[in-house]
Design a protein around this ligand. Structure first.
Ligand code: GDP
Ligand code: ZN
Length: 318
């Protein structure tokens, strides 16, 4: 009997995929049938974690699909959004990290390690470009809530002012973890952050049965196919799915023209409607409403200087 259906890619290992019909979590293996090409895509992977795919299998039930008799992925449904990683600055090749994300949780710390706002802003711009809503998660608040009180307040002001929700959590003490669980419930979320901010600890705190350092989906499903795992989706016991991304190198590289960059700073986009010139780079032009808003304190100086930094570095992104 031939089964046909739709499922979501939850893991990609070498030439094999694991699929599940979300929100169910019963995984079955699949391979690509023939050449699957997406229009206009230069990605090295035509199918990514989070993709909704159509499959066929010669089996009586999904439970009977096995590695010896995997399902065949026949096509990929159009993506709502996706996040890509460039291989290098020079290479034109890119890799799709994940598709169809409801939200990205950017994990950061005010200190231990010290936060670099321009770097965070670059990540935020990338998420705006790819149309993925962001929540900033400040982890390790147990370490710096008292010692960096003013910085913490300023951080809330800058980023909430720009329109980004900011959560405070501690994987160590458990503070804020229930709120984070709640925010993940019912959604597919990307977890990202530079190494050392406690991303793995947070995922374990959300669901102690998960260990991102090891990889959740045991190789039982893909026995003998020991190859590089690219990205992987986890199922949270409390509901919802997360895609863990190891490190952020290469993430945040987007092809943007100078005049496009400001479009991805939401608070500037709004103010820019009142600039005298269009397009306006918000640097030297007279009658610039963005510069006025920065002077009036309505747009944070930190965000504006990140913007100027990106303008300066434009060209390094491609
Ligand atoms: P990752 O590289 O982002 O996955 O970070 P890890 O989860 O490996 O954590 C890096 C270090 O920070 C480890 O030593 C953790 O024990 C520590 N850590 C993680 N979360 C917290 C936290 O909320 N508070 C404190 N004090 N330490 C934490
Ligand atoms: Zn302007």
């Amino acid at each position: 009997m031939t089964i046909k259906g739709q499922a979501t890619v939850v893991k990609h290992t070498g030439s094999h995929y694991l699929l599940s019909r979300l929100p169910e979590w019963n995984l079955f293996p699949a391979v690509l049938r023939g050449k699957i090409r997406l229009k206009g895509s230069t990605a090295t992977n035509p199918v990514a974690v989070g993709d909704v795919v159509n499959f066929e299998a010669e089996a009586d039930a999904v439970e009977d699909i096995s590695l010896e008799n995997p399902a065949a992925i026949t096509s990929v449904e159009p993506r709502r959004n996706y996040i890509i990683r460039k291989s290098t600055n020079l290479s034109r090749q890119s890799h799709i990290i994940a598709a169809n994300l409801d939200r990205a949780f950017i994990i950061a710390t005010i200190d231990f390690p010290e936060i670099k706002l321009p770097f965070l802003d670059r990540i935020l711009v990338t998420c705006e470009v790819y149309n993925v809503p962001v929540t900033i998660v400040l982890n390790k608040v147990d370490l710096y809530r008292e010692s960096h009180k003013e910085m913490l307040e300023a951080f809330h002001e800058i980023y909430e002012g720009a329109g980004y929700p900011v959560m405070e959590v501690s994987a160590l003490t458990g503070e804020g973890i229930e709120a984070l669980r709640e925010a993940c419930r019912g959604h597919v979320s990307l977890f990202s952050g530079v190494s050392g901010v406690g991303k793995s600890s947070l995922i374990k705190a959300l669901d102690p049965s998960l260990d991102p350092r090891v990889g959740e989906i045991s190789d039982v499903h893909l026995q003998g196919k020991h190859t590089t795992t690219f990205y992987e989706m986890y199922s949270l016991a409390s509901g919802g799915f997360i895609v863990d991304t190891p490190g952020l190198r290469g993430f945040g590289l987007v092809d943007l023209k100078k005049e496009e960059i400001a479009l991805y700073f939401p608070e500037m986009l709004e103010a820019a409607q009142d600039c005298r010139f269009a397009p306006c780079t918000h640097t030297h032009e007279p009658g610039c409403a963005v510069k006025d808003a920065v002077e009036a304190g309505e747009i944070s100086y930190e965000r504006y200087s990140s913007y100027l930094g990106m303008l300066d570095e434009e060209g390094k992104y491609r």
